[in-house]
Write a protein that binds this ligand. Structure first.
Ligand SMILES: [Fe+2]
Length: 340
C-alpha cells in the first residue's frame, strides 16, 4: 500500500492521511491533528508513530490564529482530536477559550518539564525555541548587546528592527519581561527600544534577519531557528548568504517559548490522541520534531553544529502559564509604547 493515501486541498487547510497498510473500509483507529506547526518534517514523526501503533494520523494544518478561530466556529462539530500550536500565548489562549480538555497521563507528566506544562493538564510543551537577537557587526558593536533590554540604549537610535505587535512571539517576549522585571521596567524598556526603531514594523522574523544583513538596521529580535534554517540553506542560497553576515546574540538567561499540544474538547478519538501526544512529548518524539526544524527538544539541546554555534542558553524561570497570564497586559504595553 502507498504511504500517502489521500491528499485533500481546501482554501484553508491541507489534509494528509498518513499510514499505511490499511484496507479501505477498515475500522482502523485514527487521530485527527489540527496543527499550527507547519513543518514538513513533522510528517515523518507522525509516520513513525503510525508505523509503531497502527493508528492513522490525519493532519490538518493552518496558521495558529486561524486554527483557534476555526475550532471556535466549529464547536461541537469539530473533527479535531489533537491540537498543536506554536507559542505560549496561543496554547494558553486555546485553553482559556475552552477548546481543550484535561488529560490524565503519567507519561506526559514525566516527560514534560515543570514550567512547560499546564497545571490543569490541558496542554503540554513539545519543543522549545529561544528568542535571540540577530545583529550586523558592521552596523553595531555586538559586544555591547547582551540582553533584550540593551536594545533600549540610545546608542542604537535608528538601528533596531522589530516584528509587528501581532506576532505572538513578541507578545510572549514582552510578557516574559513583565514577569522578570516588572511592569514599570518593562514600560521603560519598551519606550526606549521603540524610540530606536526607524523602519516600519516587519511581518516576520525572516524579513528582520534579511534587513539586518542588508544593514537596513543593526539589530533585531527573532526565534533562533529562523537563523539556523537560513544558515543551513533551507530557504535557499541567497538567505544563507544573508544569515552568514549576521551574528546571533543569545541572552542569558533567555526567554524560551514553546510549541505545544492539547486534547481537543470534543475529540472523538480521545485515546488515540493522548497516545500521539505522549509520543510527541517523549524524548524520541520531541527530538523527532525538533531536530530537523532546528528547535530544541524538551529536555536536550539541539545538537546541530549551526545551533550549537549560537551559544549555550539558560532558560529563565518564567513559566509558560505566566506568559499566558500576562499576554493581555503585554499587548497593552506594546500598544501604549507605539509598537504597531
Ligand atoms: Fe515560527
Amino acid at each position: 500500500m502507498q504511504n500517502l493515501k489521500k491528499l485533500f486541498y481546501s482554501a484553508l487547510t491541507c489534509t494528509f492521511l498518513l499510514n499505511l497498510n490499511i484496507p479501505a473500509n477498515s475500522t482502523q483507529k485514527e487521530v485527527k491533528v489540527y496543527s499550527g506547526r507547519h513543518y514538513n518534517t513533522d510528517r515523518s514523526v507522525y509516520k513513525q508513530f503510525a508505523d509503531e501503533t497502527g493508528i492513522k494520523v490525519r493532519l490538518i494544518e493552518a496558521a495558529g490564529i486561524s486554527l483557534i478561530e476555526r475550532l471556535k466556529r466549529e464547536g461541537k462539530n469539530s473533527q479535531a482530536d489533537l491540537i498543536l500550536l506554536v507559542d505560549a500565548a496561543r496554547i494558553t489562549n486555546a485553553a482559556k477559550a475552552g477548546l481543550l480538555q484535561r488529560i490524565e497521563s503519567n507519561s506526559l507528566e514525566n516527560d514534560v518539564p515543570t514550567g512547560l506544562k499546564d497545571k490543569n493538564k490541558e496542554w503540554y510543551a513539545l519543543t522549545r525555541r529561544v528568542r535571540v537577537m540577530v545583529a550586523n557587526p558592521k552596523v553595531v558593536d555586538v559586544s555591547k548587546i547582551r540582553d533584550y533590554t540593551d536594545l533600549a540604549d540610545p546608542s542604537l537610535k535608528g538601528k533596531v528592527c522589530l516584528r509587528n505587535r501581532k506576532s505572538p512571539y513578541n507578545q510572549s517576549l514582552v510578557a516574559n519581561q513583565i514577569v522578570n522585571k516588572g511592569e514599570s521596567l518593562t514600560k521603560s524598556w519598551l519606550s526606549g527600544m521603540i524610540s530606536n526603531v526607524s523602519q516600519p514594523f516587519f511581518p516576520g522574523d525572516i524579513s528582520i534577519i534579511r534587513a539586518v544583513s542588508k544593514k537596513k538596521c543593526g539589530v533585531g529580535i527573532v526565534n533562533h531557528y529562523y537563523v539556523a534554517r537560513m544558515l543551513a540553506g533551507v530557504n535557499g542560497r541567497r538567505d544563507a548568504l544573508y544569515a552568514k553576515r549576521t551574528s546571533v546574540i543569545t541572552p542569558n538567561p533567555a526567554h524560551v517559548n514553546i510549541s505545544a499540544g492539547g486534547l481537543a474538547k470534543y475529540a472523538t478519538n480521545k485515546n488515540e490522541a493522548i497516545k500521539l501526544l505522549e509520543y510527541l512529548a517523549s524524548p524520541e518524539g520531541s527530538k523527532g520534531l525538533a531536530a530537523p526544524t532546528f528547535e530544541h527538544p524538551l529536555k536536550e539541546v539541539n545538537q546541530n553544529p549551526i545551533v550549537k554555534d549560537f551559544g549555550e542558553f539558560i532558560p529563565d524561570k518564567v513559566t509558560v502559564e505566566d506568559l499566558g497570564l500576562n499576554n493581555s497586559l503585554a499587548i497593552k504595553l506594546m500598544k501604549d509604547s507605539g509598537w504597531d
